[in-house]
Design a protein around this ligand. Structure first.
Ligand code: SF4
Length: 427
């Protein structure tokens, strides 16, 4: 009986948060138009005079000395046109905003710049993250930083991430996949940027060869933060878990991304229905449960989640405010689901398929772009990223024999079939 009451209590809690969020949204719309400054205090955040709402819990970010919200905004979309989501994040204490120059064709960064110009005093309460997209040389990194500062209307970036740039290939990766890119030249540039107070902390995001990048970073001594793909699907991977442990011990702040473990193809299977049913019975959506699973790992400081809609933000805020822990049975439900659906999910272990196809080392990238297209519905971004693969590789993707990579793939992905689908949809 007591258990039943707890369940109902949690359901009500989640509903209450959702309703409060909706009320605030309506309030914000009624009180003023999105782009209008606060009429009474032109420089005050639109939220300043509203009643306090519960703030998402904070966690220490490695040895940086700062605390971050356990839920961060993955800002992959056009924020110039969606200032409301920033307002709502700010109100809920979701003040870690992760952007990049190539998100929404610079309009994610520009949207943050717009928010800061509307609410300049809010800047010191924000933790802004961006990345050195399209940077191959150190000069490129400096130029990318300066351009981001300008677009984001700020004098400094709180956390700056490096990405892969392959000199001469024309290909620029969307995260770090090769720890050899963490060079001494880069370290010197990081020191200089910190000295000039242009960045506070430095690190990388990684969704390809994550374990290798993290393990190498832990030994360097000058990486402050790393954002890595991490979800219920790959939590059992011992190489990844050991690398996370190494980073944690080295004081590197860890942020999880791609926590939903979305597949390459969006297919509603019986397993999907069972998973959703299990968590709904407990009063959670499966999306909320996936965030909880990641945050139950105390080595992770924050879960960075793409949240374009206020309703998704409300649900995720409710998930991190709720103190209920997932049980061993819940985690086993995730494990069983991950095993049953593993051949629809690319785990980012690119060194494995790359070693089978040394002349076309882009399989894991293509799998990720297909995920953006099929699971995120972000077709433009998927196509833009696909177009960055060098033409000499792109043009012969359909003539490559993928069976050696399929034979080695631990997820048993039908790589050849998925590449055909990617070429049809993304080329
Ligand atoms: S295709 Fe297979 S081997 Fe390659 S990165 Fe994905 S899961 Fe790993």
């Amino acid at each position: 009986m007591k258990q039943k009451q707890n369940k109902i209590g949690r359901r009500n809690f989640l509903k209450t948060i959702g309703a409060a969020g909706l009320g605030s949204v309506l309030g914000a719309c009624e009180s003023k138009k999105e782009s209008e400054p606060n009429a009474t205090e032109p420089n005050a955040p639109a939220t300043a005079k509203r009643p306090e709402q519960p703030q998402v819990p904070k966690r220490k970010l490695g040895k940086t000395g700062v605390e971050v919200p356990s839920l961060a905004l993955g800002a992959l979309f056009n924020l110039v046109e969606n200032q409301l989501i920033l307002e709502k994040c700010f109100q809920a204490g979701v003040n870690l905003w992760d952007t990049a120059p190539d998100y929404a064709g610079e309009n994610s960064e520009r949207g943050i710049g717009k928010f800061i110009s509307r609410h300049p005093e809010a800047r010191k309460k924000l933790l802004l993250v961006t990345k050195a997209s399209d940077a191959v040389t150190i000069d490129d990194v400096e130029k990318a930083l300066q351009a981001s500062l300008k677009r984001m209307n700020t004098k400094y970036i709180d956390i700056y991430y490096i990405m892969d740039g392959m000199a001469g290939s024309g290909y620029v990766g969307h995260g770090l996949s090769d720890p050899a890119k963490l060079t001494d030249d880069l370290r010197q540039w990081v020191n200089s940027a910190k000295k000039r107070k242009l960045i506070r902390f430095f690190g990388f995001s990684t969704h390809k060869n994550m374990a290798k990048c993290l393990a190498a970073a832990a030994k360097l001594g000058w990486i402050d933060v790393a954002m890595t793909t991490y979800s219920y699907r790959i939590m059992q991977d011992t190489e990844l878990s050991d690398a996370i442990e190494d980073c944690h011990k080295a004081g590197i702040g860890l942020i999880a991304m791609k926590t939903q473990g979305r597949p390459q193809e969006k297919i509603d299977t019986e397993e999907d229905k069972k998973l959703a049913g299990h968590f709904l019975q407990k009063g959670f959506t499966e999306g909320q449960a996936k965030i909880k699973a990641v945050l139950q790992d105390k080595r992770i400081s924050s879960a960075c989640v793409g949240m374009q809609d206020v309703s998704i933000l409300d649900q995720n805020v409710a998930a991190v405010l709720d103190k209920t822990r997932l049980t061993r049975k819940d985690l086993n439900v995730f494990k069983t689901y991950a095993q049953a659906t593993c051949n629809s999910y690319c785990a980012g272990c690119a060194h494995i398929c790359d070693s089978a196809l040394p002349n076309a080392p882009y399989v894991s990238d293509i799998m990720r772009y297909l995920m953006y297209y099929n699971s995120y519905g972000d077709r433009n971004r998927a196509r833009q990223l696909f177009a960055k693969i060098p033409g000499r590789v792109r043009n012969r993707l359909l003539s490559i024999n993928y069976s050696p990579a399929e034979a080695r793939c631990p997820q048993r992905l039908p790589i050849g079939k998925l590449v055909v689908q990617a070429v049809e949809k993304l080329a």
